[in-house]
Design a protein around this ligand. Sequence first.
Ligand SMILES: Cc1cc2nc3c(=O)[nH]c(=O)nc-3n(C[C@H](O)[C@H](O)[C@H](O)COP(=O)(O)O)c2cc1C
Length: 200
Amino acid sequence: MLHAAMKPLLFLGALSACALLAGTAQAAAPPEIRLEPAVKTGGLPLNEALAARHSDRNIKADELAPAQLSGILWSAFGVNRDGGKRTIPTSHGKNELAVYAVLKDGVYAYDAEQHKLTLALEGDFLGEYGKSPLIILYAAPDSVMGGLHAGSAYQNVGLYCASAGLANVVKTSGADALKGKLTLPEGYQVLAVQHIGLPG
Ligand SMILES: Cc1cc2nc3c(=O)[nH]c(=O)nc-3n(C[C@H](O)[C@H](O)[C@H](O)COP(=O)(O)O)c2cc1C
């Protein structure tokens, strides 16, 4: 026979077991991630980075360091000078590109002005793409301009990876993996997916 004083404990235990089963005991994804300030000096000389750039599909699952996450996003589409201008050129300077980071707890939109990530979709979607610890999604209007903007950004990141000793590969396969789940700006679609991590 259970002592009356034990009943609340039993109830709490059952609640935690249910929470665990439902997966709700995991820490929630933070609503925003403030990125470290972008490092605008150093790295490989440009010609050496160009010489080292290559696709590498053999990527370790280990998480990247905060400084690397910051460097990747800043290279992709960060503000690099006064007036909010970016590391890539865009048609009429209209910045028609949206960059997302798929991390273990959720999909985050990159806010270049604030150099931070804002939660756009909670949940672990990395498995949709393989085992890389970081997936960058490039979304833009499905037009020549959109493709050019995505291409400029993923090439910047490819060069950053070459300079930082990271593995990366750009893919169009997997572009629809979050269709219907991730809300994109009106008229945008994911045009390219970049897998990034430590070389395997
Ligand atoms: C727009 C674009 C789409 C690509 N799509 C894929 C893909 O779906 N799957 C894949 O394994 N590699 C993909 N790649 C990577 C290419 O296969 C790779 O860049 C090419 O083989 C040249 O190799 P390199 O990048 O090492 O020079 C893509 C590359 C680009 C630029």
